[in-house]
Structures are given as structure tokens and as C-alpha cells.
Ligand binder design. Structure first.
Ligand SMILES: Cc1cc2nc3c(=O)[nH]c(=O)nc-3n(C[C@H](O)[C@H](O)[C@H](O)COP(=O)(O)O)c2cc1C
Length: 248
């Protein structure tokens, strides 16, 4: 039976090779952007597309706990940046000696330079106290909002837009600056805009802060302490080969 004509199901479920490669290209070339933002405006239709991609993220019980605040006011951006500077100074003090010097050299935000900032939030009370799938693990709404962030980040990369996630804030201070009600949690503060270039690897990796961990060492089989059987070893080898082909 030809499923193509059935109503209520996807009519064209398969990705072509090019489409599949495009998805992986967005994943592997997505970067956290800090210092490369251009002042060029982001057209509304592009912003609308990436916001729509975010809104189509999975969410626990189809809760869709997110809201999206668009911040373009230079004064508000400067206020948020001041909050970042204060928190970042505290963060720097947590490291000693050479590590602190390295930390201080890291560029960790592009709040003022990015033409658009977005704050993605999580309404912890949306649809009332009982949400399908969130009955025992209450943080599932937060995880859902993070899925929206990732959708947006990947869609933005495909649009040629850089995104930088800034998390170095005191949450109550950020909430107050943005006028966010108490039951709403700010999840991600994002700097968004076109960029001069995308780095080929994470900047923290390039700066020698941390390396990418070998994926094959992060695999577990049939329990945390389980050891791989023949099939597990074969998967591990396939993972090693795939990572090797990507050069990491
Ligand atoms: C939850 C979260 C919070 C982050 N907070 C910051 C931040 O405050 N400043 C920053 O420069 N990067 C931040 N990042 C970006 C990470 O540093 C970055 O994703 C990581 O180094 C890997 O680099 P890549 O995103 O370019 O692959 C954050 C990323 C996530 C997922």
C-alpha cells in the first residue's frame, strides 16, 4: 500500500541525502558566538523563522512552557551587560593564578554588539499543576524550554545567524531588569546577529580551556558499570570511526 496518499501522516517522510547532510552541517558548524557580531539588522522574516523553529521544539506534555522576549533597546542591552560584568567579575575570582588570567582573556558575551538579544523563558505554571509527563520530575518543563533554545540555535545557523548564550548572571537581577514575573524562569539569554565568521571549533577548545571528550569513552552498555559485548564493541568502533572522519 502506498502511504503517500494517507491523510494525517507525513506525506514525504524521507530526507534526501542532501537534506540529511544539511541537518548535520547545521549541527556540526553551529558555534557559540561572542565577538564576531556584525551590526547588520536581522530581517523580521528571518527572525520569525528561527522563532517558529524554537516553538516547534518538543515539550513535556506538549506544555510549550516558553515565551520569547525580543530585546533591541540599546539602553536595556547595556543594563543587562552591566549585570553580566558584575557576575563575571565574581566568576573570575573563583579561579586562581594562571587559570584566572586565562579566564579573564575569554570573551564570553556579545550583548551590546549583537543587534538582537532574546530571552527565552519557562512558565513553570503553564496549564496548571498537573502536566502529562511532569508528574514526578518537575524540572521537565525547564528541559523542554532548553529544547526550544537548541532548535533556535540550529535554525539560526542554517540562516547564517550567530547565537551566543550568556548565562553569567544573577537570575533575580536578570529577571528584574527584564520585568519577568516571579513564576517565570529566564532560561537562556541569547545574543543573535549576522557574523563576520564562524569559528571552526568551540572557542573554549581553541583557548585550551577544555578539549572535546572522546564520545566512545562516554558510552555505557546495559547499565552504568556494564561492559560492552560484541555488539557494543562494534558500536564503539563505529563511533570512533565517525568521530575520526570528523577529525575529532
Ligand atoms: C547552558 C549554556 C550556557 C552557556 N553560557 C555561556 C556563557 O555565559 N558565555 C559564553 O561565552 N558561552 C556560554 N555557553 C556556550 C558554551 O561555552 C559553548 O556552547 C561551548 O563552549 C561549546 O562551543 P560551541 O557552542 O561553539 O560548540 C553556554 C552554553 C550552554 C549550553
Amino acid at each position: 500500500m502506498n502511504d503517500d496518499t494517507q491523510p494525517g501522516i507525513q506525506q514525504n517522510p524521507d530526507f534526501s541525502v542532501d537534506e540529511r547532510e544539511a541537518v548535520y552541517r547545521a549541527i556540526f558548524t553551529r558555534r557559540d558566538v561572542r565577538g564576531e557580531f556584525l551590526p547588520d539588522p536581522v530581517p523580521d522574516e528571518v527572525l520569525a523563522r528561527v522563532l517558529t523553529a524554537a516553538h516547534h521544539a518538543p515539550s513535556v506534555g506538549f506544555m510549550q512552557p516558553w515565551d520569547f522576549m525580543v530585546i533591541r533597546s540599546p539602553a536595556l542591552k547595556r543594563r543587562v551587560r552591566a549585570l553580566y560584568c558584575q557576575a563575571n567579575e565574581e566568576a573570575a575570582q573563583m579561579f586562581e593564578g594562571e587559570k584566572q588570567a586565562t579566564y579573564r582573556r575569554l570573551r564570553l558575551e556579545g550583548i551590546v554588539e549583537a543587534p538582537v538579544n532574546l530571552c527565552i523563558t519557562c512558565d513553570r505554571q503553564r496549564h496548571g499543576p498537573v502536566v502529562v509527563g511532569r508528574t514526578h520530575i518537575k524540572t521537565m518543563d525547564i528541559f523542554s524550554a532548553v529544547c526550544a533554545v537548541q532548535n533556535l540555535w540550529l535554525a539560526a545557523r542554517a540562516e547564517g545567524l550567530g547565537v551566543g548564550w550568556v548565562s553569567i548572571f544573577h537570575q533575580p537581577a536578570l529577571r528584574e531588569a527584564l520585568g519577568i514575573p516571579r513564576h517565570i524562569m529566564p532560561i537562556a539569554y541569547l545574543c543573535v546577529g549576522y557574523v563576520s565568521h564562524f569559528h571552526d571549533r568551540p572557542e573554549l577548545e581553541k583557548a585550551g580551556w577544555l578539549p572535546r571528550l572522546p564520545l566512545e569513552e562516554l558510552l555505557h552498555f546495559d547499565g552504568w558499570e556494564g561492559s560492552p559485548d560484541e555488539a557494543g564493541e562494534a558500536l564503539r568502533e563505529a563511533v570512533r570511526e565517525t568521530s575520526g572522519r570528523r577529525g575529532q
